[in-house]
Write a protein that binds this ligand. Structure first.
Ligand code: MIC
Ligand code: SF4
Length: 643
């Protein structure tokens, strides 16, 4: 039997385990990336491992999230990351150089290589045939030190693309269509391979939009073949030598096949507050819009921006709309400036923001009270924009511009606009904003610059054989890491200050949670299905650990978050019968005895001491995960094992 493309790359990088779906495998990692919001913690973890130089082929530290410097904290963190990078062999992409995923695709990604990044949208690299995963900071630190990356061997979904996108229908609409079909949990446990005759009709930036948003499906990663289109892209980046043709074998077997005929798609829109709440743009026609934001790692490529500029050229945005445009990288911005497209954007009344995540992570540009905001981003979770009652919709750049011009939700294909762009076959290459590391021989001269905002890690707590603790918080389905550990301009500067961050934990669900959890000392959280979807931020595990959470019991977990919980030493368990969720109430006293035997037999019994009911739980920990939980987390385990 032939192999799928990802199975081939996995096979080439397999360190341990067998390629059987559901089994734990570990992979050799060629490249890593970090961004600043998760990077400070990842590098603090890397430092405690005591390794002088990174052992990857390429590691890059990006500054793109925490760029609003309203106090010393973010600037201090940038300096810290820059100094660690210089000392330990890591390339440093300066603030202003662009969003990690966009820059990595342009300058560093290589087909067939493995990449892990401390950001959930790292699968963007799948747009050029990389096997790229989002991971917690600690997993990235271990990979920088040469350690393997552990995942559960995924099943395979093939999306067979046919046809060609019609004008004003875009790769973003393909992403929204697959979200409509599969939902935000439909990709959990799968790699999504995009194949079929339609692939040749998609450029690399379009493919990258699609692999980027595979994260919203909960997929382990997403990947396109590396073909002639990939070669052209790498050639335009002056990196043709990095090209290798790659595709699945003809007789590769997939667990599920989904057909999408691109010529039949219409412009789509995800309604508040989930990326899978998708309908046609036409069906919301006329809804008044207050704000439009164009950018983010999903839609900030040169191709996107040139289309935006072409639509805005010679036109002025509606009086009632505020429009932001954030190009994805310095390369994109410089090329827009050189060809005059930037002037067309500026003349339309848009506010041009720096090349960074910006409004996507609530770093400024929050909407007005209960405002309607149309964004070309990938997430519209409640409160993420920084305005608690805002209504955020996700759309393509074309649909975004249509709304900016008309002041209402408008299907762009109904406007009398012709988009004509001249797409260059050579990009402007200027890597001056990427600072190379110090040579190994002189690296010990480099001093690490630490700011006062860097605080100690939460103390690790080894799991014990019996646990008795209150059910401190009960939450529903699809809880995101933005619920657990919100981001935004006010909180993000404290990503290396867990005690401060802890005041905001679960703030969207229950403002009293931090105080109650701290007072309880030890506690248990109960959640519904797909708990922990969204961001890769390990803070969504480290902060609950700091607040005394020992166990999280749910109907199911999202992939990166369950790994982060185990890495933090918090035990994730699931209900054997999902209906038992209803037998528990916040405030109940819960106990579990025989935890260690339970880890071995994959079953435990939860006793609700308050109601007297017994509830069966399941788990499936590998020996390594059991040892990590018993050691009180991956850092203690790594130190103990001398790994
Ligand atoms: C996000 O989009 O939520 C982020 C901010 O990029 C996160 C990382 C973080 O929380 O720092 C992600 O997606 O992993
Ligand atoms: Fe940045 Fe938004 Fe992309 Fe996250 S999703 S990396 S915040 S642009």
């Amino acid at each position: 039997m032939g192999l799928t493309l990802s199975q081939k790359i996995i096979k080439n990088h397999l360190v341990s385990g067998q390629m059987v779906p559901g089994q734990e495998i570990s992979l050799r990692i060629d490249q890593t990336l970090t961004q600043d919001a998760t990077g400070t913690m990842a590098y603090l973890e890397f430092e405690t491992m005591g390794i002088d130089r990174v052992r990857t082929e390429r590691s890059v530290a990006y500054i793109d999230h925490n760029t609003l410097q309203s106090g010393f904290e973010n600037a201090d963190d940038h300096r810290y990351i820059q100094s660690v990078a210089k000392k330990h062999g890591i390339y440093f992409s300066r603030p202003g150089n662009g969003i990690c995923h966009q820059v990595h695709l342009e300058r560093f990604g290589i087909p067939g290589k493995t990449l892990i990044g401390s950001d959930s949208h790292t699968p963007t690299g799948g747009g050029i045939g990389m096997l790229a995963f989002g991971a917690g900071g600690l997993d990235v630190a271990v990979a920088m030190g040469g350690g393997a990356y552990y995942i559960t061997m995924p099943k395979m979904i093939k999306v067979n693309l046919t046809g060609k996108l019609r004008p004003f229908v875009t790769a973003k609409d393909v992403s929204l269509e697959i979200l409509r079909i599969l939902s935000v949990k439909g990709g959990v446990g799968y790699i999504i391979e995009w194949t079929g005759p339609g692939v040749a009709n998609l450029t690399v930036p379009e493919r990258a939009t699609i692999t980027n948003m595979g994260t919203e499906l909960g997929a382990t990663t997403s990947i396109f073949p590396s073909d002639e289109v990939t070669r052209q892209f790498l050639k335009a980046e002056g990196r043709e030598q990095d090209y290798t043709p790659l595709c699945a074998d003809d007789d590769a077997e997939y667990d599920r096949v989904i057909d999408i005929d691109m010529s039949s798609l219409k412009p789509l829109i995800a309604q508040p507050h989930m990326p899978d709440n998708v309908v046609t743009v036409e069906s919301l026609k006329g809804t008044k819009v207050d704000q439009v934001c164009i950018g983010s790692c999903t839609n900030s490529s040169l191709l996107d921006m040139l289309k935006v500029a072409a639509m805005l050229k010679g036109r002025t945005i509606s009086d009632s709309v505020s429009l932001s445009v954030s190009p994805g990288s310095k390369q994109v911005l410089a090329m827009l400036a050189d060809c005059g497209a930037l002037s067309d954007i500026i003349a339309s009344g848009a506010r041009v923001l720096e090349c960074a995540c910006g409004p996507c992570i609530g770093m400024g540009f929050s909407p007005n009270s209960s405002g309607v905001s149309l964004r070309t981003f990938n997430r519209n979770f409640e409160g993420r924009s920084g305005t608690a009652d805002a209504k955020v919709y996700l759309v393509s750049p074309e649909t975004a511009v249509a709304a900016a011009l008309t002041g209402q939700i408008t299907d762009p294909s109904t406007l009398d606009i012709d988009i004509k762009i001249d797409f260059p076959d050579k990009f402007k290459i200027d890597d001056s904003a990427v600072i190379p590391p110090e040579p190994a021989e002189t690296a010990d001269r480099i001093e690490i610059l630490r700011g006062p905002n860097i605080k100690k890690f939460p103390e690790s707590r080894p799991q014990t054989d019996s646990i008795k603790a209150p059910l401190i918080l009960k939450v529903g389905d699809n809880i995101t890491t933005d619920h657990i550990m919100p981001a935004g301009a006010k909180i993000l500067p404290y990503r290396s200050n867990i005690p401060y961050l802890s005041q905001f934990c679960f703030g969207v669900c229950d403002k009293t949670f931090p105080e109650r959890a701290k007072a309880a000392g030890s506690s248990i959280i109960v959640g519904g299905s797909n708990y922990g979807q969204g961001s890769s931020r390990e803070h969504a595990a480290l902060v609950p650990l700091y607040l005394g959470v020992r166990v999280v019991i749910t109907k199911s977990f999202a992939r990166i978050h369950i790994a982060n919980l185990i890495n933090a030493g918090i035990m994730p368990l699931t209900f054997k019968n999902p209906d038992d969720y209803d037998k528990l109430s916040q405030g109940d006293i819960l106990s579990i005895d025989g935890v260690f035997d339970g880890m071995d037999s994959s079953q435990m019994t939860l006793v609700n001491e308050t109601s007297g009911q017994k509830i069966p739980l399941v788990c499936s920990f590998t020996q390594r995960q059991k040892d990590i939980l018993k050691a009180g987390g991956l850092l203690s385990y790594t130190k103990k094992e001398g790994k």
